[in-house]
Design a protein around this ligand. Structure first.
Ligand code: MD3
Ligand code: FE
Length: 200
């Protein structure tokens, strides 16, 4: 397993083998059934191209009222629990001391992208964020703690894991594009990214 340190981003290429990736898709299936993916809208009213849902005590939502964590899906039900295999990855890679509040599940279909942004809706930036890539390849862009300056890009492949801690935690980042159909992990194609976060 290759480990890359890029601007404080700790990138583990191929952390999950094929069987582990399939196992994650299997544990996500019932979660997506009880908490269906939805298209968030930004506070300005634009629909995001990425579809999202969450597991855990809190999920991330966005609508005309703003960006926030809340304890229910937009349709009203409590979020499903974060599966143990996913919590175990957090314990191994981030911290055995506290579980994450939120496992945000992003789904990228053909043409979906995520613009350069900071993650600032969490209460304590001293906790890292753990990202797991599943399915199609994605071009991940890493910037600085301000919107300006040079950026660097790296392809994330299925099974790659990224840990954002320390100064990297507040770096601008985004997904420019995916290579739709590059992986056969998801029967209908696309990419799933899981991010584990301590929100409160
Ligand atoms: C750097 N997701 O959900 S994961 C997001 O692939 C998000 O879906 C992207 O950006 C995706 O907010 C990128 C990598 C990532 C996630 C969270 C971060 C990088 C981060 C938080 C702080 C700094
Ligand atoms: Fe982000």
């Amino acid at each position: 397993m290759a480990r890359l340190l890029l601007r404080g981003f700790d990138i583990r290429k191929g952390y999950l083998d094929g069987a582990a990736q399939t196992q994650l898709i299997d544990v996500l299936r019932p979660i997506l059934k009880s908490a269906p993916l939805f298209h968030p809208t930004t506070p300005s009213g634009k629909q995001m191209s990425v579809r999202m849902t969450s597991a855990g005590g809190l999920g991330w939502v966005s609508d005309k009222a703003g960006y926030r964590y809340q304890d229910t899906h937009p349709k009203g039900a409590a979020w499903p629990a974060i599966p143990d295999v996913i919590l175990q990855m957090w314990k191994d890679l981030c911290s055995p001391d506290r579980d994450p509040d939120c496992c945000l599940i992003n789904y990228y279909g053909e043409g979906a992208r995520m613009g350069l942004h900071q993650d600032k809706d969490e209460a304590d930036f001293s906790w890292p964020v753990l990202s797991v890539s599943l399915g199609d390849d994605a071009l991940f862009r890493i910037g600085n703690t301000t919107r300006s300056g040079k950026t660097e890009s790296i392809w994330l492949n299925s099974g790659d894991v990224v840990i954002m801690g320390g100064p990297a935690r507040l770096a601008y980042h985004g997904i420019d594009r995916i290579r739709f159909g590059s992986s056969r992990l998801l029967p209908k194609g696309g990419r799933i990214n899981l991010t584990l976060r301590v929100a409160t």
